[in-house]
Design a protein around this ligand. Structure first.
Ligand code: PLP
Length: 495
């Protein structure tokens, strides 16, 4: 016995815990103080700035072998990572489409990491909270309590979950057992030509292929053309395909257009198709009193993808998939290997949350959402969504009264496409506006992105930001015009 125990006895056992807890406590207080200052003074810093070479070099450093004091590690993070952020929490960040985070959510992420729980399953408080946040998402969208859902990394994964249940339910065979090759009639999915690129990736990953997702033309407002959709379904049936699923947009990424969800739900019902809604942008409009009517019909969907890290401003990452038919959802993903069996009591007696998606281990994403919802209440989040939409109309109004600017279209919700227009066209206009967009970023003034709508290039402001004020748009318009004039002015003659 002694011989077995001796080697252990001789070795000092190691741990990742600090040697001096008081030390770490003091440093942690410093980190929190710095974090509070960081958010308080956010407005005074540039939205974004290019990193100098010496900062870039830090990220090329090799694997560290020897230890460093935590204070030094934090100092390096502070000088590099914290000093050169993407900028999406800044009041004048309107690129692509993302939320602007919040301090309470950050505390939630910290506490979730302190507890360090794995939410794949088990009987513990974090698992119950995860299910509660899913239930709250159902309530926000008017989904029945009997529906199921799961928190995932974001909207792309939430869409993949919904489309996977759609495929398995409509395939007509047991896809899990026999694979897509055994499907008799090739499945067809339908979405508008404005659909997000994650649906293409989902179709590819599901083994159905990109071509199985038919892009239906849109009307002048960039909503799916229902007559064209009907015709495509009929044409596919006649050609021996099996129409399986309609994907409706509650807010397209280019312009925020919202498909006629009620009509799509009815059409899907008549044609016996699955109705999935990509609500990554607009599903949460359902909680905004002034604008909720725009997404009426979302509650009739068979599945919905929504994104709390967008309009609920949860720190990345958290998305949510909801599925009306909980049994179909579970049937798509549940597996019970011998090492993950439930017990009647104890730790393994809780729900296996991994039965509703592809992940086994799952992070505690619910806490950051839960804490912010409890602190502010859902009504405030609804008002903030209305506020962003009102701001989009304010910006559109400024653009319309500025002779040098051109508005692509009156916004539907919170996305505004526009450009500086000194009387150019085509490529020259695109080059000029791209340059304006880049200078706005490089001078730290505002972050916009760009896109192509109806074949024309536009810069694009997506206002999903609880820190933005109206005055920020006054500045944006002023600076866009200033840069536009500066760039298009003939170069000063050499003296
Ligand atoms: C953002 C977005 C997605 C993808 O969601 P992620 O959270 O980025 O994975 C999908 N569809 C639409 C319409 C989106 O705006």
């Amino acid at each position: 016995m002694d011989a077995v125990q001796e080697p252990l006895g001789l070795m000092a056992e190691e741990t990742l815990d600090p040697q001096d807890w008081a030390d770490v406590q003091a440093l942690s207080h410093q980190i929190i103080d710095d974090a509070v200052d960081y958010l308080r003074d956010l407005r005074d810093r540039p939205v974004w700035r290019e990193m100098p070479a010496d900062v870039r070099e830090v990220f090329a450093a090799p694997l560290p072998r020897s230890p460093a004091p935590l204070a030094a590690v934090y100092g390096e993070v502070s000088r590099t990572v914290m000093s050169y952020p993407m900028g999406n929490i800044h009041p004048r960040f309107w690129s692509w489409y993302m939320g602007s985070s919040n301090f309470t959510g950050a505390l939630g992420d910290f506490l979730a990491a302190i507890q360090g729980s794995n939410l794949g399953g088990g009987n513990h408080a974090a698992g119950l909270m995860d299910s509660q946040v899913v239930n709250w998402c159902k309530e926000m969208l008017g989904f029945p309590a009997s529906a199921s859902g799961t928190l995932v990394s974001g909207g792309s994964m939430a869409n993949l979950i919904g489309l996977t249940v759609a495929r398995n339910t409509k395939a007509g065979i047991d896809v899990r057992e026999h694979g897509v090759a055994a499907i008799e009639k090739p499945l067809r999915f339908y979405g508008s030509d404005q659909i997000h690129s994650c649906h293409r990736k989902a179709m590819e990953a599901l083994g159905l292929g990109n071509k199985a997702l038919r892009r239906i033309p849109t009307d002048a407002g960039l909503r799916i053309d229902i007559a064209a959709l009907r015709a495509a379904i009929a044409e596919d049936r006649a050609a021996g395909f099996k129409p399986a699923c309609i994907i409706g947009n509650a807010g397209t990424v280019n312009t925020g257009a919202i498909d006629d969800l009620r009509t799509l739900a009815k059409l899907a019902h008549e044609e016996d198709l699955w109705f999935h809604v990509d609500g990554c942008i607009g599903a949460l409009v359902a909680i905004a009193p002034e604008n909720a009517h725009r997404v009426a019909g979302i509650e009739w969907a068979d599945s919905v993808a929504l994104d709390p890290h967008k309009w609920l401003h949860a720190p990345f990452e958290v998305g949510c998939a909801l599925v009306r038919d909980a049994i179909a959802h579970r049937r798509t993903f549940a597996v019970t290997p011998e090492y993950l069996e439930s017990t009647p009591r104890g730790l393994a007696s809780g729900e296996w949350l991994h039965d509703y998606g592809l992940q086994t281990s799952r992070g505690f994403r619910a806490l950051k959402v839960w804490m912010a919802l409890k602190e502010h209440g859902i009504d405030k989040f609804g008002r903030l969504i209305d506020q962003n939409i009102a701001q989009a109309f304010y910006l559109a109004g400024l653009i319309e009264t500025e002779p040098d600017l051109e508005l692509a279209a009156v916004p539907t919700i919170n996305i505004v496409c526009f450009r500086y227009q000194p009387g150019l066209a085509g490529e020259a206009l695109k080059v000029l506006n791209t340059e304006i967009m880049l200078r706005l970023q490089e001078q730290g003034i505002a972050a916009l992105s760009d896109t192509t709508v109806h074949g024309e290039h536009w810069v694009r402001a997506a206002i999903t930001n609880h820190r933005t004020r109206r005055e920020d748009f006054d500045l944006l318009v002023r600076e866009t015009v200033r840069l536009g004039r500066e760039i298009s002015a003939p170069a000063a003659a050499p003296s």
